[in-house]
Write a protein that binds this ligand. Structure first.
Ligand code: SAM
Length: 286
């Protein structure tokens, strides 16, 4: 059993936490490394059953990967759904509108915990978002049901929650100094399954399934680059919970930064930050 499977069994944190606020600018600081897995996923998505295609991007974030869908299928009607007003604003400002070949790109508010396809889709895709939605495997049946025959459900999900970056964050949140304000915030997104479990579930739902995982040995540069990376993602719940309390934010970041410096010492060319991700491409039978 992979160690991430054990962490996937960690009891879910209380669901009373507010949704984290997102900072598109911070998130996009590492857009090169963050986009690469989406390109690897996109590469494996087969041709879609109808033209122009109807496409949903679940948890679209700042819209840059949604725009790559519109580049590959320029006649398609592509909608990105997300919960974060900050991300939706950025995506709409940058990318919404008609595409070069008469398609359309738009962005809408949607909570993946309850999102259902309201019309037939040729492709439902989600990149680096389902880890925030503990119930996601329970939605697969409805999402695949909403695909046209021959349509595809494809996702990429980070699977590095036992890595030092995330384990140290979870541990720090539970220390006596922080647990009163942050209990559960460092580990609240750990609900992913292992590739074999996703595979079995998607096959049961009548799909031809391609599943794999990859560890990217990302070389980050600059000072405290792993801290800078997690400020865009895993730290969002902590930063949201500490809110405007600048003193607490700075104290927490200083403690966490010291732990990360030890876990990820810089090398001669930068700091290696290995990152495992799971990919799935499930094609509904014709
Ligand atoms: C790490 S970002 C990924 C963004 C984009 N897919 C990408 O690949 O760059 C995760 C996104 O999931 C969104 N998200 C988290 N929980 C969500 C939910 N329950 N419903 C909709 N979106 C959600 C966040 O707002 C955020 O924009």
């Amino acid at each position: 059993m992979h160690s991430d499977t054990a962490s996937a069994r960690t009891p879910a944190a209380p669901t009373t936490h507010a949704a984290p606020t997102w900072d598109p600018q911070q998130y996009l600081r590492h857009s090169g490394h963050r986009t690469r897995p989406f390109l690897d996923l996109l590469n494996r998505i087969p041709e879609l059953p109808t033209r122009p295609a109807r496409i949903a991007d679940l948890g679209c974030g700042p819209g840059n990967v949604t725009a790559l869908l519109a580049e590959r299928w320029p006649e398609a009607d592509v909608t990105g759904f997300d919960l974060s007003p900050e991300m939706l604003r950025r995506a709409t400002d940058e990318y919404a509108g008609r595409t070069s070949r008469g398609g359309r790109l738009d962005f809408r508010h949607g909570d993946l915990a309850s999102w259902l396809p309201e019309e037939p889709y040729d492709l439902i895709v989600s990149n680096a978002a389902l880890q925030w939605v503990p119930s996601h495997p329970g939605s697969f049946a409805a999402w695949i049901n909403g695909l046209r025959p021959g349509g595809t459900f494809a996702f990429q999900i980070p699977a590095n929650f036992s890595a030092p970056s995330h384990a140290l964050l979870a541990r720090l949140c539970e220390t006596p100094r922080w647990r009163g304000r942050l209990a559960g915030h460092g580990a609240r997104y750990i609900h992913i399954l292992e590739p074999a479990e996703y595979q079995a579930r998607l096959i049961e739902l009548g799909c031809a399934v391609d599943i794999w995982d990859t560890t990217y040995h990302q070389l980050l540069t600059g000072t405290d680059p792993v801290l800078d990376w997690v400020k865009g993602t895993a730290l969002r719940p902590v930063l949201t919970a500490l809110g405007d309390d600048r003193g607490a934010v700075e104290a927490f970041l200083a403690e966490y930064r010291d732990l990360l410096r030890e876990a990820y010492p810089p090398g001669p060319c930068g700091t290696v930050f290995p990152f495992r991700r799971i990919f799935a491409v499930a094609r509904k039978e014709l």
